[in-house]
Design a binder for this molecule. Structure first.
Ligand SMILES: Nc1ncnc2c1ncn2[C@@H]1O[C@H](COP(=O)(O)OP(=O)(O)OP(=O)(O)O)[C@@H](O)[C@H]1O
Ligand SMILES: [Mg+2]
Length: 249
């Protein structure tokens, strides 16, 4: 069974950066194969990881509609999804990237949807680790955490509004039917330790790291950051702490 680590939080708090850094850390620890999932329709995890976006799952779902005439009559829906989803994976040696793209629309094409979900579940089970970069906000969380999540990182900035959003996300996730085994709060762009009275365990703080914007501006991926970069050091401490609590590796 793959260990699933998902990252959520309000807009711009650092979800994609943190997801990318987790992929890097797992890769460097030799914990492959890893599947990185971009579950944000604005699709930018690929840039953080230094990859291109190929076909998205949203497009595959759309193209499978009978009226599109893309699926050969001799091919079952299961075979079609298997082929297309495998082709859509961006492979980078020790990890692959799956881009979800646009979510299911209204009037969903239901047999295709359930078939595709089954296909994705099977795909996930072939990896050791799955890292999911979620879309900002709350309303989609119940959709995106389709299946079990071992660790959900709720990211917040060090502001009262940010923490309130994290608190709401925590409450929402607690009420989900989908299984989220452990939830942790991560405070990003921290300038000092913040005293917290929230129930959700704090995994740690990430300090502001100016090198991130320098590298981003010239299109360098998260793998090119020096290993002693502040943010990477802090992220390693956070995952070490989480690992002590719930044996990620
Ligand atoms: N600790 C940090 N220090 C400096 N810059 C940071 C830090 N964390 C994130 N950033 C920068 O902040 C910006 C937003 O980060 P990121 O894209 O990871 O957030 P996000 O939560 O995924 O945003 P969105 O909700 O739009 O998907 C990026 O330019 C990133 O490099
Ligand atoms: Mg993002």
């Amino acid at each position: 069974m793959a260990k699933v680590i998902a990252v959520c939080g309000k807009g711009g708090v650092g979800k994609t950066t943190i997801s990318g850094l987790i992929v890097r850390l797992l890769k460097e620890r030799g914990l492959s194969p890893i599947l990185a999932v971009d579950a944000d329709p604005s699709m930018n995890l690929n840039m953080t990881l230094g990859l291109h976006v190929g076909e998205t799952v949203g497009n595959i779902r759309e193209e499978a509609k009978p009226e599109k005439g893309k699926r050969p009559p001799s091919m079952s829906l299961t075979e079609y999804f298997e082929l297309k989803v495998n082709l859509s994976l961006q492979e980078a040696g020790s990890f692959d990237l799956l881009v979800m793209g646009r979510p299911e629309g209204k009037g969903c094409y239901c047999s295709a949807n359930s078939n595709l979900r089954e296909r994705l579940k099977k795909l996930v089970s072939t990896y050791k680790y799955v890292v999911i970069d979620n879309e900002a906000g709350l309303e989609h969380i119940s959709r995106q955490t389709d299946g079990s999540v071992d660790v959900m990182l709720i990211v917040s900035d060090p502001t009262p509004k940010g923490l309130m959003a994290a608190y709401r996300a925590d409450e929402l996730i607690e009420g989900l039917e989908n299984e989220v085994k452990k939830r942790f709060l991560v405070i990003n762009r921290a300038t000092s330790e913040i005293p917290l009275t929230m129930q959700i365990p704090l995994a740690g703080h990430l300090r502001i790291d100016p090198i991130l914007s320098e590298y981003e501006l010239v299109g360098r991926s998260i793998f090119e950051l020096p290993s002693d970069a502040i943010i990477y050091q802090d992220l390693q401490d956070i995952l070490k702490k989480i690992n002590e609590d719930c044996s990620l590796w």
